[in-house]
Design a protein around this ligand. Structure first.
Ligand code: GLA
Length: 714
């Protein structure tokens, strides 16, 4: 017995989803602005009946959440798989519809093919983000070889003719491309075994007229930290579809009789007032549903990280001097990066042997962690648990613990191999080592790194293990967080190689890039901000000379670009001049005063007519305060910038706007600027600031300024 045709709707904060079905998988026929409560869904469904054009099959069904070739859908199917040479296509029949909290489960079954499918859809009433998963169960008595199962096929109408995609590479993460959607199939795959720098699992579809602050857009993100596939297809019917799901290596999707597979969640949001509004929904969702800080109201502590200060050269005197300097600068957490463990003079050895180096730390890490704690800072530690160098004691003792595919030689990356997390002995070893390090040294924070892609990740049985690797990683982190509920974890993978909601459900911030060069960082932080709020964005004041780009920039510029994020310092404070140290101290103090606005407020990307003049803004929840950082990355497009309009202030409030910081040589760039913004500040109603905007000083290339907005009583 299958369920007859029908419809249902889900309502969020300000959007509506309408699903319609006719015996088979339901289609999401509407995702858009909230519709009137008294809409008769049956009538709505009748009005969605499509004409039958010439020379097509006799069915013109809209793209369903689970598109099937067997139902006459000739685009990319929602499921690919087979049982020996049979069961390679079929038709799922809807069995029942089960309401759940803010959502619905569609239970389907393909009886001849012996496959049970459950589609889960929810729409969060507070954040307005929808979440879709698919679960497939092999109800037959032979193995089913699953190659592909999408979390859901989302099918916006053809007005969404452009796609924003996110790609990049090491030190150039989160580049954004906006392209016209080509007819046919565009597929993007990630086979790196981690989320990847180059194929972030996210996409935003828009009509051409949408910009940051107006127009419709639909954003999609797969919460998964492993191999994935994204499908974007424009069919000759004009229908569009987007699918996302796990990319299986050979045989990874095999389902034994009775076994089931559930896709990672696909997060989907709609906004009708611009890309900033869409990001704000994702930010809200991250804040309320994805990230859980052990102490939710605690401000994000300012970090000092040792990497770019001392690299592998750890010794007591340098480290304690750095701790002293960190405390003097106002830092609140000291993170000991790579180089602290046995056999680690450089990156050719040591990974896997997670014991303090007896030469560098004759009495272990405790004396240093005590020193850090005595100075009033938290202690954090860098680890790369999934890795081992081939010459480590660990792999010498357990050569079979690394992922490999015999008889082929293994491909190394940064001189290291990847441990097989599907092996419980590996997990037990890592859990024991990490737990001991955390408890013995009172570690508040782990920087969890992952510095290479997976190549031929065969596990002990020589079967492909990339999918299992990601699942096992999640289990390991969950186990650790359960053991140490106060522990915070940073997700790093050569910078931003593992940035997604799957890992963020169990970690607390990202290291979005190894580039601390502020010019590059502005672009990276811009791309990152489409799906992630600033408090999970590690942002450090790097050294004057950026070792990843060769660019040298002044300290205030570096500090202003870092200020919206979870701020840190990753430069050798000991070796800086007193002036630079004083600027850092002042900027840390300013960040502490402002971080609540950045980390809980409504975040905006600022776009101006000059592509080289961009920035970030955040408005406090009550709209009494706003902070802006504007960055001129290259020579301005014109001598004078267009007035800066900050949208969504309170139009009725009066704000005092102060130019709170400007990097030099701003006096040279402005021979004269008789504008109160330059001096005591501008006092204007929100409506005027939003509509007429602020006239800005002239800016040289590679400079930045900060503005603060405070509501005043007129
Ligand atoms: C990776 C990280 C860096 C640093 C080094 C240490 O490259 O992204 O931040 O921790 O490893 O080896």
């Amino acid at each position: 017995m299958s369920a007859p045709s029908g419809q249902c709707r889900l309502d969020g904060r300000d959007s509506t989803l309408i699903f319609c079905w006719n015996q088979g998988p339901p289609a999401l026929l509407y995702q858009g602005a909230k519709l009137t409560d008294n809409l008769d869904l049956e009538t709505f469904a009748l009005t969605r009946i499509r004409p039958l054009p010439q020379a097509v099959l006799d069915v013109v069904d809209p793209v369903s959440l689970h598109p099937e070739g067997g139902r006459g859908f000739l685009g990319y199917p929602g499921l690919v798989g087979r049982r020996d040479l049979a069961d390679w296509d079929g038709q799922q029949k809807l069995q029942s519809i089960e309401p759940i909290d803010h959502g619905v489960l569609f239970h389907l079954h393909d009886e001849p093919r012996k496959l049970a499918l459950t589609l889960r859809c929810t729409l969060d009433p507070e954040t307005d983000v929808a979440v879709f998963t698919s679960q497939l169960k092999n109800s037959g008595d032979t193995d089913f070889d699953l190659d592909w199962l999408c979390a859901a096929a989302i099918a916006p109408d053809a007005a969404y003719s452009e796609a924003l995609s996110f790609h990049g590479r090491w030190c150039a993460e989160f580049e954004v491309s906006r392209d016209h959607i080509m007819p046919g199939l565009t597929m993007k795959e990630n086979r790196r075994g981690r989320t990847s720098h180059d194929a972030f699992p996210g996409l935003i579809l828009t009509p051409p007229s949408t910009d940051q602050n107006q127009g419709a857009c639909i954003g999609l993100h797969l919460g998964w930290s492993g191999n994935h596939r994204m499908v974007l297809e424009k069919l000759s019917s004009g229908d569009l579809q987007v699918q996302m799901g796990v990319l299986f290596l050979g045989g990874e999707g095999q389902l034994k009789p009775g076994a089931q597979f559930e896709t990672p969640p696909l997060y989907v949001a709609f906004a009708d007032n611009g890309l900033n509004a869409l990001s704000q929904k994702f930010h809200d969702h991250v804040r309320k549903r994805i990230v859980s800080f052990p102490t939710p109201d605690k401000p994000r502590p300012v970090i000092v990280n040792t990497w770019e200060a001392i690299y592998f050269n750890h010794n007591w005197d340098s480290l304690t001097a750095l701790v002293d300097a960190a405390a003097a600068a106002g830092a609140e957490r000291f993170v000991l990066d790579d180089g602290w463990f046995e056999g680690r003079p450089d990156d050719t050895s040591g990974l896997g042997d997670w014991f303090a180096d007896p030469d560098k730390y004759p009495n272990g890490l405790k004396p240093l962690s005590d020193y850090v704690h005595d100075k009033g800072l938290e202690f954090g530690l860098w680890v790369e648990p999934e890795m081992a160098n081939p010459n480590s004691q660990l792999l010498t003792k357990h050569p079979d613990w690394a992922l490999s595919l015999a008889p082929y030689p293994v491909v190394e990356g940064r001189n290291q191999l990847v441990l097989d997390l599907s092996n419980n002995d590996v997990i037990d070893y890592l859990f024991e080592r990490l737990s001991a390090l955390v408890s013995e040294n009172n570690v508040a924070y782990l920087k969890w790194d992952m510095n290479r892609d997976l190549v031929m990740p065969g596990n002990t049985h020589n079967t492909a293990g990339a999918y299992q690797q990601t699942r096992a990683l999640y289990v390991l982190i969950d186990r650790l967080c359960e053991q140490f509920p106060a522990l915070e974890i940073e997700s790093c993978a050569s910078g931003g190689g593992r940035v997604d909601y799957g890992i963020l459900e169990r970690t607390h911030r990202f290291w979005p890039s190894d580039s601390n060069d502020p010019v590059e960082r502005v672009a990276i932080q811009t791309g990152f901000s489409y799906f992630f709020p600033p408090e999970v964005m590690g942002a450090h004041i790097g050294p004057e000379w950026a070792h990843t780009s060769g660019r040298g920039l002044d300290v205030l510029f570096r500090a202003l670009v870092a200020s919206p994020g979870h701020m840190g310092i990753e430069a050798d404070l000991r070796k800086m001049g007193d002036d630079d140290r004083a600027i850092i101290k002042a900027e840390v103090a300013r960040h502490k005063a402002d971080r609540k606005i950045w980390h809980t407020g409504t975040f905006f990307r600022i776009e101006t007519p000059d592509p080289a003049l961009t920035g970030f803004a955040s408005i406090s929840k009550n709209k009494d305060q706003a902070r802006v950082v504007l960055v001129q990355t290259a020579r301005p497009a014109s001598a004078l910038a267009a007035p800066l309009k900050i949208c969504r202030l309170d139009p009725d409030k009066i704000y005092k706007v102060v130019l709170s910081a400007a990097t030099g040589p701003i006096e040279k760039a402005n021979r004269k600027f008789d504008n109160p913004l330059w001096g005591q500040g501008v006092v204007l109603p929100g409506s005027v600031l939003m509509q007429a905007g602020l006239v800005l000083p002239a800016l040289y290339a590679q400079t930045a300024l900060a503005l603060s907005f405070e509501a005043v009583v007129p």
